[in-house]
Each structure stands twice: as structure tokens, then as C-alpha cells.
Design a protein around this ligand. Structure first.
Ligand code: TRP
Length: 343
């Protein structure tokens, strides 16, 4: 008999279609690792800031994410596509784990701090649900007792917190959880086409996996490049130039990239040519993804089945863990017997 595969749990918040930053920072690793590990790919619908305001948008995004996952080649036969809210054990585990984390520790979490500063909350203040999402994320990771968490770089503080909580829980209540390792993708932080900030939907600087070839061309041709360079004959800067960062990230023809860089620095190639080559490289990467997306879009039953079967598998794994947690905490009143009546 073969020993059971080690497990991966990773996830995404359903806020819309996925982009190249997701791909190079995380998805690419997921595709690569899915044969070696048993993977739980989570769509974290409890953890979006418009959970209470715009549930239709959340629902649409769950669908978008599932389509993108199928399109990049995450195989729902071997892996589990889990909708978080279909596994309500997450909520129970979060409550238990919340006792293991000091408030100040959460308040200092740099990713949470940055997101709360960006959150467009208007007058209503930060929802408590948003503030505690990192604890929910810890529950997500510990739920299937994952060994590895391949994520984007910004998620590292949450994984560190997960490791701490797992250690504390195991120390106090017996070994229940493995201490999961993080794994960051090849391009930890992809800059947006504006060259100003990380690629993100909210900044409108993203190239989406579902963008058609013409959209990709338009976005790339409009990309921010070396601002000091006025003519093609001016010596240009490759370092820190988003167009070359994308070449490094997405153009597999390294000889072409080296040649472009060498000529750029000398002032022997124009930005237009460099960008046109990048358009080709990105479209080559995205074309098979678009084809698979079109295939599944025409067959919504495949998406529904992936989500239903995956969520059932997530539920089964969660039930086993929750029973172990209740046992460890001695909250299993029915099996252990009721507390004694005090006289
Ligand atoms: N917070 C993650 C993000 O914003 C998504 C996420 C939710 C996640 N739960 C997770 C990632 C568990 C890894 C593991 O991208």
C-alpha cells in the first residue's frame, strides 16, 4: 500500500477573475504540485470584505475563480475545489483557535494592517469579520492538516501565525496539527502594468488570465516603462523596468530577452519592439489557458461538479479534524460523559 500523500491547503478570496500576478506568484506552483500532494484548493467566501454588502458579487466571483482554476489546469479529479462556507466546521475551528492568539499579535500582522488601510469601508468602520480573517485562514490551513501552503508573498505573516498556533495547540492539548511550511512562487510580487504597485484588480493595473489577445496587446503596449528614455536611441534602464520584469517572468526565450536587454541599454532597440515581443510571450502563455476556459465555460456542469465534489471532500476532511480537536479539548461531552453535577 502506498502511504497517503502529504497535503496542500491553499486558497483565494473570491473577488473576481485571476491575473498574471496570481499565476506567477502561486497558481503555477499549484499546478506543478498537484500530482505530488493531495490538494485542497479553497475559495474563501467567508473572507471577502463585501460578504455582507454584495453577496451576488461574491457568488459570481466563486464561479470566476473556479473557471480560472480549471483553465490553468488544476485537475478537480485529483484535487478538491472547496467552497469555504460549504464547510462550516471552519467557523467552529476558528472559535477554538481564537483562544490561542493574543489580540495584539493580530493587530500587528502587517498584511492585515495594510489591507485594513486600503479597505474602502467608508463610515461603517472595519467589520470584525474582516479583522479576524487571518484567524479564519489559520483554521483553513489546519482544517485538512496541511503540510504545505503555496501562496503569494503577502500571505507569509498568516502562515507564520498558523505555525505558532499549531505549536501552541499541540503543546497544550496533544499532537493534532502538522506545522505547515509556506512556499512562495517564482515571482513573489508582480508589479502592475502601471509600474507603480503590485498587480491588483482594485488598482486596475492587471492582465487577466481570461483577457483576449487584443486586450493583452493593448495593455502591454500601454505599459509603464523607463521614464528617463525619450527616444529609442537613448540608453535605457532594464533594472526596475516593468516591461523587462515581465519578460523575465513570462518570456521563456531567454536568448531573446538577453538580446533585448543588451540592445536596450545601448539605445539600439525601441520600447515598441520590446513590448511587441512581450505581447507574443504573454499571449503564448495565455492561449492554452483561454482555450481550456472556453471549453469549460461551454460546460458549466463541469464547474458545478468540481465545486460540489471538492466541497464534499473538504467537509469529510474537516469532520475528522474537528472530532480530533473536540477530543483534544475535552469538549466531546457525549463520548466522554457529561461534566459532574456540582453539589
Ligand atoms: N487570504 C488569502 C488571499 O488573500 C486567501 C486565503 C484564504 C488563503 N484562506 C487561505 C490562502 C488559506 C492560503 C491558505 O489570497
Amino acid at each position: 500500500m502506498t502511504s497517503p500523500r502529504k497535503r496542500i491547503l491553499t486558497g483565494i478570496r473570491p473577488t473576481g477573475a485571476l491575473h498574471l500576478g496570481h499565476y506567477a506568484g502561486a497558481l503555477e506552483n499549484w499546478v506543478r504540485l498537484q500530482k505530488e500532494y493531495e490538494c485542497f484548493f479553497l475559495i474563501a467566501d467567508y473572507q471577502v470584505s463585501d460578504y455582507a454588502d454584495d453577496i451576488d458579487r461574491v457568488r459570481d466571483s466563486v464561479w470566476e475563480v473556479a473557471l480560472d482554476w480549471l483553465a490553468v489546469g488544476l485537475d478537480p479529479e485529483g484535487s478538491h475545489y472547496v467552497i469555504e462556507s460549504m464547510v462550516p466546521q471552519h467557523a467552529e475551528l476558528m472559535v477554538h483557535l481564537s483562544w490561542f492568539i493574543p489580540l495584539g499579535r493580530l493587530q500587528r500582522n502587517p498584511t492585515l494592517k495594510a489591507e485594513m488601510a486600503d479597505l474602502d469601508i467608508g463610515k461603517k468602520g472595519t467589520p470584525v469579520g474582516f479583522f479576524i480573517y487571518p484567524v479564519m485562514q489559520v483554521a483553513n490551513i489546519l482544517m485538512p492538516r496541511a503540510n504545505l501552503v503555496p501562496v503569494g508573498e503577502d500571505q507569509l505573516p498568516h502562515i507564520e501565525m498558523t505555525r505558532e498556533i499549531a505549536r501552541k495547540f499541540n503543546r497544550d492539548f496533544g499532537d493534532v496539527f502538522p506545522e505547515p511550511e509556506p512556499l512562495v512562487g517564482r515571482v513573489p510580487r508582480l508589479v502592475g502594468v502601471d509600474g507603480q504597485a503590485k498587480m491588483s484588480k482594485s488598482l486596475d493595473n492587471a492582465i487577466y488570465l481570461k483577457d483576449d489577445a487584443e486586450t493583452v496587446r493593448r495593455k502591454v503596449m500601454g505599459m509603464y516603462t523607463d521614464p528617463t528614455r525619450l527616444r529609442a536611441t537613448d540608453p535605457g534602464h532594464v533594472e526596475g523596468n516593468p516591461v523587462f520584469m515581465y519578460h523575465d517572468a513570462f518570456n521563456p526565450d531567454t536568448a531573446e530577452v538577453d538580446d533585448l536587454k543588451e540592445r536596450y541599454v545601448r539605445g539600439a532597440v525601441g520600447d515598441v519592439e520590446v513590448k511587441k515581443k512581450l505581447v507574443v510571450a504573454i499571449n503564448n502563455l495565455l492561449e492554452p489557458i483561454r482555450e481550456r476556459r472556453a471549453h469549460v465555460e461551454a460546460r458549466p456542469q463541469l464547474v458545478r461538479e468540481a465545486l460540489a465534489a471538492g466541497s464534499r471532500a473538504g467537509y469529510a476532511a474537516a469532520e475528522a479534524t474537528i472530532i480530533a480537536v473536540r477530543n483534544a479539548l475535552r469538549l466531546d461531552y457525549l463520548e466522554r460523559g457529561m461534566p459532574e453535577v456540582r453539589r
